[in-house]
Design a protein around this ligand. Structure first.
Ligand code: NDP
Length: 280
């Protein structure tokens, strides 16, 4: 029987655990605050931002909302970040990406103090993750590790293949699997014979950004498949980077889309806010 790894249930468990911690902090008069900055009003970004605010409300984290015009100057955005960096009530700063093309994303990420970088994108936090130091870990890959651990799926000693090497998913994902003692291979668009590589995987994490790209012939019998992708198919239905129906009977466990990795990203963002309040 194929195990369906349910991100809705697991993310709810994590949020409930965090809520308990936040309630306890409140009895000590400690509040947690996340500043959320959105530039422009891209509908997809608005959905993500609203979901993050809803999660904050559920857990008891205060959210401060900054909605900036699409044509806001880079310097103005930087000024706001510097103010929030210095504001002692703010524990986390989140700038919803992507940003309009006239704003340099790297410059914005680098401007957030690493101690409030709850997205885990600042080079200092990425570096800390590489060498096993303390810092914030990027939310989607951290969520995948929680999905595996809380589903009692052993990572140590397993052949792990990550398809995709982006800074926000593929690269940090591979480092986290390595930290858990997986034997990790990273595949990308220049990989020769991708099927041969993915078929070696006991744990296959797919972050390729192409709808239903991974089909039956890419997976080994009994593999665990984690699908990070999120798309709308021709019928406007949500789907992932994996052809779920095609691989379902071949694998031992799989994440659905929606309801797999997606809800975990927000849960781990909330976790990072709580960690920030506890540690800094
Ligand atoms: P990117 O587009 O930044 O990266 C895609 C990666 O896939 C690249 O490294 C690219 O290789 C690789 N790739 C592309 N084509 C192929 C191919 N034919 N064979 C092998 N590798 C290939 O995407 P992201 O990492 O940002 O996101 C991946 C997916 O995850 C998207 O669907 C995105 O929407 C989703 N996502 C979901 C989140 C969630 O919370 N559920 C959060 C973040 C992303 P190369 O480097 O060589 O170009």
């Amino acid at each position: 029987m194929t195990q369906i790894i349910d991100g809705k249930i697991i993310s709810k468990q994590i949020k409930d655990e965090l809520k308990q911690t936040v309630d306890k902090l409140k009895t000590e008069n400690k509040e947690i605050t996340l500043a959320v900055i959105q530039v422009g009003n891209d509908p997809a970004s608005s959905v993500y931002v609203n979901n993050k605010k809803k999660a904050c409300a559920y857990i008891g984290i205060n959210s401060l909302s900054y909605e900036l015009e699409e044509k806001v100057k880079e310097t103005e955005l930087l000024e706001l970040i510097y103010d929030l960096n210095d504001n002692p009530i703010v524990n986390g700063i989140l700038v919803q990406l992507p940003l309009p093309s006239h704003i340099n994303e790297d410059k914005i990420i680098n401007a957030i103090t690493p101690m409030k970088d709850v997205d885990g994108f600042h080079p200092q936090n990425v570096g800390a993750m590489c060498i096993g130091g303390q810092g914030f870990v990027s939310c989607t890959p951290a969520g995948v590790i929680q999905l595996l651990k809380r589903s009692q799926i052993e990572i140590a000693g397993k052949e792990c293949v990550v398809v995709g090497r982006s800074n926000i998913v593929g690269k940090p994902m591979s480092l986290l699997l390595l930290k858990e003692n997986g034997t990790v291979t990273i595949a990308h668009s220049k990989t020769k014979d991708l099927k041969e590589v993915t078929k070696r995987a006991d744990i296959l994490v797919v972050a390729v950004g192409k709808p239903k790209f991974i089909t039956n012939e890419y997976v080994k019998e009994g593999a665990v498949v984690i699908d990070v992708g999120i798309h709308r198919d021709d019928n406007n239905k949500l789907c992932g980077d994996v052809d779920y129906e095609a691989v379902y009977n071949k694998v031992s466990a799989i994440t659905p889309v929606p309801g797999g990795v997606g809800p975990m990203t927000i849960a781990m963002l909330m976790n990072n806010c709580v960690v920030s309040a506890l540690n800094f």
